[in-house]
Design a protein around this ligand. Sequence first.
Ligand code: ATP
Ligand code: ZN
Length: 296
Amino acid sequence: MIFMQNMNKKNLKLAIQKSGRLTDDTLNLLRSAGLEFESYKSKLFSSCRNFPLEIVYLRDDDIPDYVASGSVDIGIVGQNLIYEERPANVQKLLNLPFGFCTLTLAVPKESTVQTLADLNGQTIATTYPNSTKDFFKQNELSVETIKITGSVEIAPMLGVAEAIADLTATGSTMALNDLRPLAKIYDSQAVLIANESCMLSASKKQLIDCLLVRFQGVLSAKNYKYVMMNAPAEILPQLKAITPGLKSPTVANLAEPGWISVQTVIKEDTFWETIEKLKLAGASGIIILPIEKIIL
Ligand code: ATP
Ligand code: ZN
């Protein structure tokens, strides 16, 4: 491959989607992890300025194979592609909080099909034939599949299939195309994957571990907020119970006797409930700050 020529062979190679639904969130994650690199549409790869990493831009469908063959060491793709292609020699390192979607089985709105069993022996159009066949097999049914890579929704209208299995995020595209969801095959999200053999190389493994700490630091920071509040000293046990924090809160005395300042972290998913509990317990002057990174 010509574009590999300018890469430093010792550097870790990460494949990401060149242009698509995963691209912006992936680039944001890499930048939040402190990686500095140029990225513009015509680039085939970027070398990181401050980390021994080459970022290779590919079509998402090609990433599992490149990781499996070891042409790149790690990659960021939808879990759906891993479920579908089951590449050998590839392991998942981390779930990433973007690219959420569902592989959904759907039939035309006016179809007489009401249950999975009604599709036994029928043809399903999909980009994910292995996933679809497996799903029917698990339900002790069997179907034919026809692989279509774009505009899967049109297949029933053209009479090539009785149903489709396609990725959906909100379901609006299916509704727009007069399709009725029948079943969920699986949920998916973006994942970081690695070539298993490269995890056996000490130097590569060290770089991957270092990236993992950075990614996890960024991801856990997103799940927490930093809170500072004032409270009468006697309610400290209640505040501790409401906000277990990472280990234990930081407590300082205020100039006013009997009053303390408490600093801790709270979880984003229970944010408002926690704030309400703190207020009810007697905390006041509550200040909330975003956290950039958490290294545990
Ligand atoms: P490429 O040109 O790289 O082959 P593509 O058109 O095949 O791109 P995208 O539509 O950009 O791929 O989707 C990339 C990934 O984004 C999917 O594999 C899936 O993991 C995820 N995704 C999230 N939401 C959706 C959705 N609503 N439809 C399709 N994919 C989605
Ligand atoms: Zn693709």
